[in-house]
Design a protein around this ligand. Structure first.
Ligand SMILES: N[C@@H](CCC(=O)N[C@@H](CS)C(=O)NCC(=O)O)C(=O)O
Length: 256
């Protein structure tokens, strides 16, 4: 199927996208059951939470299909699968549904044994979950600062708080003396945090890394990772999507 080919399916039509992803909105037909040897990801190409699941699927080489959901106009069959209406959501060939990004990623790591991303010891796993809990206090800044700027607020206080959070992450790497947060190779916690760092430039927050050289080095190491490279968008595409989002008309197909 050629890029962007329009198909007419009954009373609705959708685009077959180059990677096989199909953008589904309200009124679209529910997808067929998931092929036996695959898992299905309901996603949105620019969502940082769905990005976590895309990184894990990619890093572990899991056979999967992607259905991109129009989050402004969600199909009823999607809300039946995940009443929270959020991506990422996974569906198995048995019709099991799993959602919330850390839960989807842990599930994938548990079910697919190749290239384990979580440590095997209960304490190691607990440490990663605690790190993620700390990081969950950082993510709101990536929304609060751009929104504040847009409203013409003084965001210097928020930026100072974010820099403090980054300093803590930097200190963690210094104390551990490792390249990544779970050791010298990439583990789950790195993939959980990365989508937000990939978006620092779009949020005009890259300067917040200036006082944290170890954390900056971590971002450079992350950018060398094959799963990170495979799941990224060009900065122009990111910026154009973000602008369409801010304008209230998110263009989910940007860059295709
Ligand atoms: N806590 C959720 C957050 C996921 C989330 O907020 N996803 C956004 C897209 S980036 C979404 O699906 N938004 C749809 C909506 O809020 O209605 C997770 O970690 O998976």
């Amino acid at each position: 199927m050629e890029k962007g080919t329009e198909l007419l399916h009954g009373h609705f039509h959708f685009k077959v996208l180059p990677d096989g992803a199909v953008d589904r909105a309200k009124g679209s037909a529910a997808p067929a059951s998931v092929p036996e040897d695959h898992i299905r990801l309901y996603s949105m190409r620019f969502c940082p939470f769905a990005h976590r699941a895309r990184l894990v699927l990619n890093a572990k080489g899991i056979k999967h299909e992607t259905i991109n959901i129009n989050l402004k106009d969600k199909p009823d069959w999607f809300l039946e699968r995940n009443p929270l209406g959020l991506v990422p959501t996974l569906e198995t060939p048995a019709g099991e549904v799993i959602y919330e990004s850390p839960i989807t990623c842990d599930y994938l790591d548990e079910v697919y044994p190749e290239k384990k991303l979580l440590p095997s010891s209960p304490y190691g796993k607990a440490q990663q979950k605690m790190m993620l809990e700390h990081f969950s206090k950082v993510t709101p800044y990536f929304y609060k600062i751009p929104t504040g700027r847009k409203n013409g607020d003084d965001v210097s206080g928020l930026e100072a708080e974010l820099k403090e959070k980054f300093a803590k992450l930097n200190e963690d790497l210094v104390n551990k003396k490792t390249k990544f947060f779970g050791g010298d190779s990439i583990t789950m916690i790195d993939y959980m945090m990365w989508p937000f760092f990939e978006r620092l430039e779009i949020f005009e927050l890259k300067h917040c890394l200036d006082g944290t050289p170890e954390l900056k080095k971590w971002t450079e190491c992350m950018m060398e990772d094959p799963a990170v490279k495979a799941t990224t968008h060009s900065m122009d595409t990111y910026k154009a999507f973000y602008q369409s989002y801010v304008d209230g008309k998110p263009n989910y197909d940007l860059g295709l």
